[in-house]
Design a binder for this molecule. Sequence first.
Ligand code: NAD
Ligand code: GLY
Length: 359
Amino acid sequence: MKRIRVNLRDRSYGVNIGSGILAQTGSWLKTRGLAGRLVVITNPVVRSLYAEALERSLAGEGFTALDFLEVPDGEEQKSLETAGRLYLEMERCLAERMTPVVALGGGVIGDLAGFVAATYKRGVPLVHIPTTLLAQVDSSIGGKVAVDHGQLKNEIGVFYQPWLVISDIATLKTLDAKTLGDGLAEVIKYGVIRDRGLLAYLEANLARIKAFDEPVLEKIVSRSVEIKAEIVSRDEYDLRGLRAILNYGHTIGHAIESVSGFQVGHGEAVAIGMLAAARISRQMGILGRRELGRLESLLEKVGLPTRIPDLEVESLVSAMQHDKKVSGGKVRFVLPRELGRVFITDDVDLSLVRQVLAD
Ligand code: NAD
Ligand code: GLY
């Protein structure tokens, strides 16, 4: 098992990563001073797979009142309406200021339950138990919690750090190939922004990853979490121009998601966005041809798309201009200098963006 610390002074916390560690949840929560009543927010898919093991662990450590609040599967549940329903259910469960909320599920559950934990009675303790690769490497780390509202995706939210993150690698075994691929897109992102060694590791171990080899998965989750923890520790509130590098691939990616009416999934859109940003950098004479080819080939081997589906270039550009990554009216891009090193710029000529999208 590996334990990585997210250093944020009095809001610091550990991320425990290992296989079968769900069974230790009760004792870890007790060590953090939590006891008695507890609320688990999850969805029916994850509940049917993992609630029993979690319940056993918590009951074994004396957590007496355990309420499971279920949210149907799907991004559309990340809403103020669902949050509103959960507040009322928490009240019915007699949840108090120190009643922890445990988010058991993927990024949708983590973001929604995190938002509820941050706002119910002005904040109750939050514990993330992420069960998708994306949630283990990205959404459970760093405290961004949010719901969607109208066209505002992830824009109604706050920074609210959890008390603890428990990433049980064994839970990844039940993921389908597409959901695994969504997570791998984010792992590739960490490689491009910070660690070309991680890309080499992915290239060498792809077959083992697809076969859910636990030590290999533990390694890629741990390295990704180390990278995100370091970035978040230095720029928690995304104000210093460092945390923004985590948006590599997301400027164009979010536009693709939004213009496609969310028919193109997040991981797929980010994969296309990462390659498009790399092409922009190549066209600007920065990224080398071989580096670009290596990235494209890795995305293809993972099974992620590298071509934009049939979407209007102008609609994509317009969506980018309305995105939250716009600063002072300019579209902000994270571009690779080389694999493992990126820079942020709002000085990309939109005609170049149009050309890359059209190509
Ligand atoms: P998700 O939560 O919708 O999960 C994907 C699917 O996998 C769902 O159908 C879910 O029921 C199922 N599932 C979850 N765990 C499973 C398991 N162990 N076995 C089998 N099936 C399982 O999607 P996601 O990709 O985990 O998260 C996407 C969300 O994360 C988006 O809303 C995105 O905005 C958000 N996100 C947030 C951050 C952040 O920093 N807060 C970062 C990245 C993404
Ligand atoms: N997922 C981007 C961030 O946490 O900043």
